[in-house]
Design a protein around this ligand. Structure first.
Ligand code: NAD
Length: 454
């Protein structure tokens, strides 16, 4: 633990040098990061293959590519984001200038999970350094190969003290959380999110929590079922369902259930034929997660799939028939099992969704604009898609984050810059000012004050 304290001290000293306050320094760092990711991409792919059996294509699309696109966006927009913003002040301030000055928080702790172990470690770093912070990253111990490559990438790219990695698990993370950071950015489970928030309160440290939960996928009777099935299968079985924004369950109109299931099966066959023997189909991260998933597969409830391979830790894309009382509907699934639950009308659908905590994502498949609008307005969720799944996380121009139990705050693009920035509000005055605020406040002064302040 002494080593951790040394890292922190080095970081504090580095921030005080003021180097990160210059945008040119940040830009250089982003460019170097991009170049080194490209140089090391084979190693990154290999580590993702070892930890999760991700194919190169899936690794590029969901980890390396998304990270590169965040870097490109920040290289394009970062300078503009970093400029102070003029504000036109009210008459009561006359004569004065006002502006908001973006400044970095300072020393930031970033804690990442195992499911997208590259992207979820590096993307928050991109946003944090664009805003001028120093970063300590604690990657996940559950994905050891990727965490090692991430460490190597960071040591190759950044000066010590600017961005550092602390390896380890619960114990090290807990120790880090006891320290006085200027900002904490956590991605992981709701359970650990609570611990993070509690610990952060000891130092009044602001937090962003990117958490999980059950993301519903509503299918209305007007939906284009072929297209719906294609996009649900894409979003659900990517990374074998180990995705925080994967549709957790399908909630469909009873009258279209059979047809939708037919289409889902066709799509699974098209996109994931012979998944268990496919070289490219991701595995469960470890035996523990494999067994949790396996327990959800009640044989008499299986509509399609249900086969597992204990040796490779793979589980077939599986559809199960469920009700809100089923085991699989009690908690976030985080694997390739898709329960299908039905409703009879939209008000029943909305009412039942309110029984869950507010989800990170929600998806609506419908051709009826009124239905799309009704669900988007009446249900609470972090973000989502109409007639698609998970694509809302893939554009830096859209912020990404949860609400209440699924998270606090957001990142990506400008939202990410703002997350890691404190805006100082500043009023700049000259010699002249309006005298009515100074005591003694006469009747006439009071009258003028009331004229201005209303
Ligand atoms: P986790 O909460 O178990 O672990 C996340 C991090 O916290 C790891 O680095 C781990 O070492 C550390 N940690 C674990 N227990 C700790 C403790 N008691 N004290 C201090 N630190 C501790 O999460 P996970 O299993 O790695 O990831 C899966 C969860 O993350 C799912 O719930 C998923 O929905 C969520 N998730 C959310 C997002 C998002 O962007 N909102 C993205 C990916 C995953």
């Amino acid at each position: 633990m002494k080593e951790i304290l040394e890292v922190l001290e080095r970081q504090r000293q580095f921030f005080l040098t003021g180097k990160t306050r210059e945008f040119a320094f940040r830009k250089q760092a982003l460019k170097k990061l991009r170049d080194n990711i490209l140089d090391m991409k084979e190693e990154i792919f290999e580590a993702l293959k070892k930890d999760l059996n991700k194919s190169e294509e899936e690794s590029y699309m969901t980890e390396v590519g998304l990270t590169l696109s965040e870097i490109s966006y920040m290289l394009k927009k970062g300078r503009k984001f970093s400029r102070k913003k003029r504000v036109v002040l009210s008459m009561a301030q006359f004569p004065a200038k006002g502006y908001k000055m973006p400044v970095p928080y300072g020393n930031v702790l970033i804690i990442s999970p195992w499911n997208y172990p590259f992207m979820l470690a590096i993307e928050p770093i991109v946003d944090a350094i664009t805003a001028g912070n120093c970063v300590v990253l604690k990657p996940s111990e559950i994905s050891p190969n990727v965490s090692e490559v991430v460490k190597k990438l960071i040591e190759k790219t950044f000066e010590r003290g600017f961005v550092d990695v602390v390896m380890g698990g619960k114990e090290e993370c807990s120790y880090l959380l006891d320290q006085d950071f200027d900002y904490i950015f956590f991605t992981g489970s709701t359970r650990v999110g609570k611990i993070v928030m509690e610990k952060a309160s000891q130092h009044f440290t602001p937090v962003t929590l990117e958490l999980g939960g059950k993301c519903p996928c509503i299918v209305d009777k007007s939906a284009d079922l072929k297209l719906t099935a294609r996009r649900i299968v894409f979003g659900k079985f990517l990374n074998s369902g180990q995705t925080c924004v994967a549709p957790d369950f399908v909630y469909c109109d009873r009258t279209i259930k059979d047809k939708l299931i037919e289409e889902l099966i066709q799509e699974i066959k098209r996109q994931y034929n012979n998944a268990l023997t496919s070289e490219d189909y991701p595995k469960m991260i470890n035996a523990k997660q494999f067994n949790v998933m396996k327990a959800f597969i009640e044989k008499d409830k299986v509509i399609y799939g249900g086969e597992c391979d204990e040796k490779t830790l793979k589980i077939e894309p599986t559809l199960i028939s469920s009700t809100f009382e089923s085991e699989a509907m009690q908690d976030e699934i985080f694997g390739p099992i898709l329960p299908i639950v039905t409703f009879d009308n939209l008000s029943e659908c909305e009412e039942n969704l309110r029984r869950f905590s507010k989800p990170l994502a929600l998806y609506i498949f419908s051709r009826d604009k009124r239905v799309q609008k009704q669900i988007a307005i009446n249900c609470d969720f972090g973000g989502g898609c109409i007639n698609d799944t998970i694509m809302h996380i893939a554009d830096p121009k859209l912020g990404f984050g949860g609400i209440k139990q699924s998270g606090i705050g957001s990142y990506h693009g400008k939202s990410g810059f703002d997350t890691f920035t404190h805006y100082k509000s500043i009023v700049k005055k000259g010699k002249i000012d309006l005298p009515m605020r100074y005591h003694p406040i006469s009747k006439i002064k009071y009258k003028i004050i009331k004229m201005f302040l209303k």
